[in-house]
Design a protein around this ligand. Structure first.
Ligand SMILES: Cc1cc2nc3c(=O)[nH]c(=O)nc-3n(C[C@H](O)[C@H](O)[C@H](O)COP(=O)(O)OP(=O)(O)OC[C@H]3O[C@@H](n4cnc5c(N)ncnc54)[C@H](O)[C@@H]3O)c2cc1C
Length: 400
């Protein structure tokens, strides 16, 4: 088999996972990353068993596991009094029911592990300061128009995977003009030194606290030395735009909005929130599913393909699933990039769209108030851990 030359726009979790998956099956991959250098951005990321199975196929799970934590339980709390609505034995379920691990990891550690593996792979080249500006699909392959450190260059490849995140350069060509949707929700992210956090937040478990118009997620990171805290609120008057990630939140209006959103939460939840000294804000945008993830010699992966709200903790996991599916598709069509990308669409479109829609639904379910919230809490208690596990089989299970 002669190798193909594949271009990837973006060197985030999606771009690097795809690069590793395609290099592993013998293709030559060029990653073009806009940023002049990689920075350790973001905070914690949960990696469900569906992503961990693919990391295992890429030979990366052991390495990633060394810098990750395996949360033993997922506790869902009623925000107002802290009552545990359900205690899901997450790790036992992951290994026995979903056949892999469930991890939490700092995004920087995950990205670092992927980058180290990509840099060590002679089939992968990585160019920083290389921004995809345009792409012209040809009868054979595709020309990428790049801005490389200020100079315009054209590079020809057999196919392009656009993994350039939520603000993807090319996605707008294929989304029917619908663009991104502002969900009017803000994720406030912080990491707290474990020593400053209350004891309940330090155990190796993930906690989700549900309240009216706000919810809180936390878990330990980085060998348990840090606690990752994500507080999500809705309807803040101050408007942020899609590119405004990692925005500072020290102004009085933002702080007031956060305090008001959590004022009816329990003493314990407020204790953890009070331990945070610096929040960063992430406005949450998603989009309606694309009608097709592949067009000629272009395919989309990661947030460029299926931007979603993080309420099922699946954005990075779906990016990793994309990588696994692209490798399977190129294995089936080793010399026919268009056919491989069409096969990739066939493997991924329905599932990724379902995860997008389910994530969006969670946004409503998490922030219910009054009687609907009581009904939700009762439903969670009635389902219990095994009912909840059954409800997650489609997402985490072996068929995924
Ligand atoms: C609050 C919050 C919590 C989250 N929690 C989880 C979680 O628990 N589990 C989970 O699975 N996911 C989670 N996610 C989602 C996850 O972080 C993202 O889905 C994932 O990181 C997307 O990866 P990506 O590589 O597709 O995009 P990005 O990480 O955005 O990477 C895109 C890359 O492309 C580069 N780029 C952009 N434009 C160009 C261009 N024109 N040319 C070249 N390069 C370009 C960018 O510089 C960047 O490096 C969370 C997200 C948020 C906001």
């Amino acid at each position: 088999m002669s190798e193909l030359s594949l271009g990837i726009a973006g060197g985030g979790i999606a771009g690097l996972s795809v690069a590793l998956a395609l290099a592993q099956i013998g293709h030559k991959v060029a990653v073009y990353e806009r940023a002049p250098e990689f920075l350790s951005l973001g905070a914690g990321v949960q990696l469900g068993p569906n992503a961990c199975r693919i990391l295992a196929q890429l030979g990366l799970l052991d390495h990633v596991s060394k810098v990750a934590i395996k949360p033993q339980h997922l506790f869902i709390h009623r925000g107002s009094d802290g009552a545990v609505l359900v205690d899901l034995p997450l790790q036992t379920l992951a290994t026995q029911r979903w056949n892999s691990a469930s991890l939490v990891i700092h995004r920087g550690d995950l990205h670092g592990a992927l980058l180290e593996a990509a840099r060590a792979n002679p089939r992968i080249s990585i160019s920083n300061g290389a921004r995809l500006v345009d792409a012209h699909d040809m009868r054979l392959g595709i020309d990428l128009h790049l801005d490389i450190n200020g100079a315009t260059e054209i590079r020809h490849h057999d196919a392009l995977v656009a993994a350039d995140g939520v603000g993807s350069q090319l996605r707008g060509r294929f989304d029917g003009g619908r663009g991104l949707r502002d969900t009017q929700r803000i994720a406030w992210r912080a990491v707290v030194p474990a020593g400053d956090a209350p004891a309940f937040a330090r155990s190796a478990s993930t906690h989700l606290w549900l309240g009216a118009a706000a919810h809180l997620v936390h878990y330990p990171l980085s060998g348990g030395t840090l606690i990752n805290v994500v507080a999500t609120t809705s309807a803040m008057a101050k408007r942020l735009v899609a590119g405004d990630y990692d925005a500072a939140s020290d102004d009085a209006d933002s702080q007031r909005h956060l305090a008001q959103s959590f004022e009816n939460f329990s003493k314990e939840a407020k204790q953890l929130l009070a331990a945070v000294t610096s929040w960063r804000m992430w406005p949450l945008f998603d989009a309606a599913p694309l009608s097709c993830l592949a067009h000629g010699h272009i395919a989309f992966a990661g947030d460029a393909a299926h931007p979603m709200v993080p309420f099922l903790a699946q954005g990075a996991c779906q990016a990793i699933e994309d990588a696994g599916a692209l490798a399977a598709s190129f294995k089936r069509h080793p010399q026919q990039p268009r056919e491989a990308l069409a096969a990739y669409n066939g493997l991924r479109l329905a599932r990724a769209s379902r995860v997008q829609a389910a994530s969006r639904r969670q946004a409503t379910i998490y922030h219910l108030s009054g009687f609907p919230a009581q009904a939700r809490d009762l439903a969670i208690q009635t389902l219990g851990p095994m009912g909840m596990a059954r409800g997650l089989d489609w997402l985490y299970g072996a068929a995924a």
